[in-house]
Ligand binder design. Structure first.
Ligand SMILES: [Zn+2]
Ligand SMILES: [Zn+2]
Length: 195
């Protein structure tokens, strides 16, 4: 599942999520709070459950200037849509995802400057007084999604015989099942007698 998040969705950038930290950078101790509203640029998640393209997403953000860079703390609120793992009914799942990332000033970052392409993807940097929140936001949302959503905790699922959604049909059952079993049993008994 994680392969879906960064690599594929990284290609679809939300411009609103590239934030200026002008006025914060190089001034440890200062901070600013802001809220960014945007629409999901593509499905965030998997085929089973994800935030649909165009769904409104709200990001509450706290940016704090620290010695090494800008510490970002975010809360993402949106709604994911998925299929109930038992009855396949469409379910809306409220998403509240949080993240905290340090965007480092490049010259103060650890490690050799060029030798880590791909090896250290978890490091974020302040670039030209801006920070790119696309990946932290996407990753936080993907990680917060339930593995297999349910329309309700006690969903009874589908009838194993006809596929009817049991929640829609209280007392649903099949008489014919018993009849079929009876026929099978008779056949088995006949076989036994023949042996
Ligand atoms: Zn269900
Ligand atoms: Zn049935």
């Amino acid at each position: 599942m994680p392969e879906l998040s960064a690599a594929e969705l990284g290609a679809v950038q939300v411009p609103e999520l590239i934030c200026s930290v002008d006025g914060l950078s190089r001034q440890p101790g200062t901070s600013k709070q802001l809220t960014i509203d945007f629409e999901a640029p593509a499905v965030i998640g998997t085929a089973v459950i994800g935030v649909p393209e165009g769904e409104p997403v709200e990001l509450e953000l706290l940016l704090e200037s620290v010695l090494e860079g800008v510490l970002t703390t975010g809360t993402v609120r949106t709604t994911a849509v998925g299929e109930c793992g038992r009855c396949l009914e469409e379910v809306g799942v409220p998403v509240v995802a949080t993240f905290q990332e340090l965007f480092q000033y490049p010259e103060r970052a650890w490690g050799p400057p060029q030798a880590d392409q791909g090896a250290d993807e978890d490091r974020f940097e302040v670039v030209d007084d801006t920070i790119d929140l696309n990946r932290p936001v996407t990753d936080a949302v993907v990680l917060s999604l339930p593995f297999s959503p349910l329309c309700r905790d006690d969903c009874e699922g589908l009838c194993p015989d006809c596929g009817a959604r049991l929640a829609d049909q209280p007392g649903h059952g099949h008489q014919s099942v018993d009849a079929r079993w009876a026929v099978l049993e008779e056949m088995l008994e006949d076989e036994r007698e023949e042996i």
